[in-house]
Design a binder for this molecule. Sequence first.
Ligand code: PLP
Length: 373
Amino acid sequence: MIPLVDVRAQHQRFRAEIEAAMADVVRDGDFILGKAVGRFEDAFARFVGTKHCVGVASGTDALVLAVREAGVRPGDKVLLPANTFIATAVAVSQAGAVPVLCDVDPVSHTIDVAAARRALPAGTKAIIPVHLYGQPADMQGVLDLVQEKGLLVIEDAAQAHGAMHALGPCGRLGRASAFSFYPGKNLGAYGDAGAVCTDDDDLAGRLRVVRNVGASEKYLHPVVGCNSRLDTLQAAVLLAKLPHLEEGNRQRRVIAGWYREALAEVADDVEPPAEAAWTRGHSYHLYVVRLRRAPRDAALRGLKQRGVGAGVHYPVPIHLQQAYAHLGFGRGAFPVTERAAETILSLPMYPELTREQVGTVVGALREAIAEAL
Ligand SMILES: *Cc1c(COP(=O)(O)O)cnc(C)c1O
């Protein structure tokens, strides 16, 4: 059995450091906004290259709070790609704003800036490029559009820890960026966790107050906040794992190279992921291929029968989810996103995957495709 992602394999490798860090928190009873939280925030800000990192309870909360505190007001419109995890849209809705969707580019699967320009309603307040699968979005295009239209940029970097755009690291290319430390992400906690990164001192200050029930100091609450603190135990895990993130990302790129080589044998049936012209470091959170002719769901079943834990990211685009039917986009609204939803397949990807396992996955994929056709 080769899973899609194996969080236990990573724990085995760094077990001593991680368990010692967790034991320290427990021994000191330092559970809420404890020492490890500030230490992790400093270390992660240094890693991303921003002045500030504010730890919060999840990646979704990081997006909600970044959107709201950066200045998006209830009723404002916020543009985002239709091909993303639904949390990107949910965060906009949670902030009281209205998601406006646009299609993605067929090569990178990230926001198509020309489509974004066409979709942009007058008065749109912000744009959320998503560095999907670990591939940086077209930030030069986004920044040109932003300058022209006066938009705020919040990056959804939930899949892009350590990913590099030609312009710089993902997460320091907008007003603020949101990271998720969901266990399966490239930097994963042992539960929910997230962070906002920004160079903006005022924004970081407001986020620190808002995440802690609006407290500027103990029992003084200048604003109505929420409880979205980064848990100290999670911060301790993240602090122990952060020094290994770069090496893990390098290994993911090596594995992507193995896949590319092995997939050359099935080039008529499988399109490997392409790196965009602006990508300087793909973080390969997911390794997403496209099936050229075989029915995807049948191939996926075939892979599962052969013990390969493949997945689909994502099978139902945001505009076709029941939750967002009220936006009024029907089938056919975003053809590139819809075609991707029907033809893409995520193959197992995690740093501990071996070359032999990659061969096994590709062999199973070849059989599954032959069976499905
Ligand atoms: C994981 C993810 C999120 C949400 O993060 P959570 O920590 O699960 O709340 C948001 N956007 C994208 C693109 C993600 O992959």
